[in-house]
Design a protein around this ligand. Structure first.
Ligand SMILES: O=C(O)CCC(=O)C(=O)O
Ligand SMILES: [Fe+2]
Length: 276
């Protein structure tokens, strides 16, 4: 399937808001709203699910695992372990692909981290296009150009071979390193804004999908991959996702957003039988 670059339909956001409003109206009718502000959010179904998933009280996956090795060229000597978690939207985990060299390279950026920001829908200038938010309590370092670092170039080349998607700096964004301390989280959100973000490769870190009841626990060296457009090339509301609060220790992830413009979205195309 080939998916062209799309724009976020205003409807996607308004449908989401309408649903939330409906839920709030219901809740006020049954008097289930007790608090306002952040506590009101926590009463919403999606937030409840987020919290339950983070506590691992619910978890759902139709997943199955597969080795990607012989006869697929490129993985002959080093089979790759892939866990298929959800078919639509496509969510998969690729296990044990990020080695210690690259992990050390990424985490060595700790001195250059600064407070993470989120996209500001109301922003009109470059200065207020991204703002700090209690929704995202972590620190970020964004690579200006992956090409400056041979290890990162090699990782991109490997990810290209694996997914069939081009990861050069026109078709994908540079890596973004994110570190969460204790309590650090990224509340439920979408990554598609305006004309961007169509698929996502994320290294390490636990991520949950409240509409799908899916929790992907953090595992060092593994990558989470998901698409976030539906078949009509609109942002898929099922891809609402979040990074759970860190209870202990420190969580590092590396994000890469890949744009689907001019990409063959039959990705993982080296494995034609994969979704049959
Ligand atoms: O921390 C996570 O697991 C999710 C991060 C995320 O969704 C993002 O950075 O956009
Ligand atoms: Fe995200």
């Amino acid at each position: 399937m080939r998916i062209a670059l799309t724009t976020l339909q205003k409807d996607d956001v308004s449908i989401l808001n309408q649903n939330l409003t409906k839920e709030l109206q219901e809740m006020s009718k049954n008097k289930t709203i007790k608090f306002y502000g952040p506590e009101m959010d926590r009463n919403l179904k999606v937030y409840k699910n987020y919290e339950l998933l983070c506590r691992k009280q619910i978890m759902y996956s139709e997943g199955y695992c597969k080795y990607l090795g012989y006869p697929y060229i490129g993985f002959y000597y080093r089979p790759i372990k892939i866990e298929f978690i959800n078919k639509s939207p496509r969510i998969l985990v690729i296990h044990d692909i990020i080695n210690m060299d690259i992990i050390s390279h990424f985490t060595a950026k700790s001195l250059q981290l600064s407070r993470s920001k989120v996209f500001n829908l109301k922003g009109s200038t470059i200065n207020d296009s991204h703002v700090q938010s209690e929704h995202r309590t972590s620190s970020t370092f964004s690579y200006l150009d992956d090409i400056e670092y041979p290890l990162v170039v090699r990782l991109n080349a490997f990810l290209e071979r694996l997914t069939g998607l081009r990861m050069n700096n026109k078709q994908a964004e540079n890596f973004q390193i994110v570190n969460y301390g204790i309590g650090g989280e990224y509340k439920p959100h979408y990554d598609w804004v305006e004309d961007r973000y169509l698929s996502d490769v994320e290294v390490g870190g636990s991520t949950v999908f409240p509409h799908l009841n899916i929790a992907v626990p953090p595992k060092k060296g593994s990558a989470l991959f998901f698409t976030n457009l539906d078949e009509n090339e609109h942002g898929d509301s099922l891809t609402l996702h979040a990074g759970c609060p860190v209870f202990f220790g420190s969580k590092w992830i590396a994000n890469k957003w890949v744009h689907t413009k001019d990409q063959d979205m039959n990705f993982l195309q080296t494995v034609p039988s994969m979704w049959t």
